[in-house]
Design a protein around this ligand. Sequence first.
Ligand code: PHE
Length: 418
Amino acid sequence: MAPFLFARVVSVRTVRALRFSTKASRRFEFDSFDICGQRYKTDLHTNITQFIVALTDRKLYKAASNPIRLISDSIRHYFKQFDLFEYPSPVVSLDANFDSLLIGKDHVARKPSDTYYVNEQFVLRTHTSAHQSDCLQQGSQAFICIADVYRRDAIKRTHFPCFHQCEVFKLFSSEELNIKSILAYQENVRSDQCQESYTIEASKSVENDLKYTIEQYIKELLGKQTQTRWVSAYFPFTHPSWELEIMHNGEWLEILGCGIVENRILTNNRINDKIGWAAGFGLERLAMLKYSIPDIRLFWSKDTGFLSQFKNLTHADNMKYTPISKYPQCIKDISFWIPDEDTFCEQDFLEIIHSQGRGLIEQVDLIDKYTNKKGRTSLCYRIIYRSHERNLTNAEVNEIHCNIGIQTELLLNVEVRE
Ligand code: PHE
């Protein structure tokens, strides 16, 4: 195990002095910041960092030669009859991201450990479903919306705090379904198969359209031989709900969530005589499958060795990404005493790693936890560093690792063990 080389750069005394001069409650170095041209004030709810703010400008779904752009093009092509809505800024109200989608006040998705709060009033959208109501209010009967979304999550090859989704949404009238009545005359009871407000006939017919439409798209994108399966799921804004999984290297991978839109969402938007389906795709997953891309950070790479492989491709072309070469990992551990279990937030620690990591962090795992006789708890995390573009030097990894230790002490009130 590589020891934490903290003492070499800054003495413990210097760091402790720094820590005590920083107000514990002042977690951010700035009072306001700009996101997509709009200024927002920070407050005690703010948990986004400059690192995250910088991602909001990249717009990978529009960037030339980026595989996310190619997937976006393929969706726009397949769903060309649908209206296209764009919302360049990821900042949305709590109402748009949660309430309008019937997500309860105590739902876990609202926790600051899972969601980026700009301040008390605004979050970075955690899904493109946040725009459903707005698109409906503009009178659209069928639409897609492609955008960057943000979630606080573990650090590994398949997760990054920003990723991309496409919302697909389609409404039907009874004429379009060729069904006498889509609304149940008398409120039925809700069953596993159908909401109380709709007839089974209407619900099943929309379910068939949903599953057919999505499967056709996936087969067009990934090939006819692609094995798929539907699994029952739960979302507060659809019922019934499903996830679509794809077989890849002997494993089922989840690539989208969908379902029959809760009637209450339609009636809240003054649509009283329709039924519809909604689906949310993850673009990174699709790109990783289509082009065999092994690590989600690669989409953010500006390295020509990566981007040049996608240059001049159209969404209809197939290709497999060839790793330029495999640079080695560099593994370092960090252990620290935490103040107590309730005040230590792992997500805040991961945020520091992102902010300091210069895009070089492949994975972070908690590998040891121990409480001594006095009741103090120590955590040990393993951080795996790797660049996809070059060999890392020990000195530069040590410097980053060191900075992570310093920032963690300063901001999270822990004591790094040496
Ligand atoms: N918004 C959901 C998610 O991000 C996906 C979804 C979209 C589910 C539309 C149902 C309907 O997980």
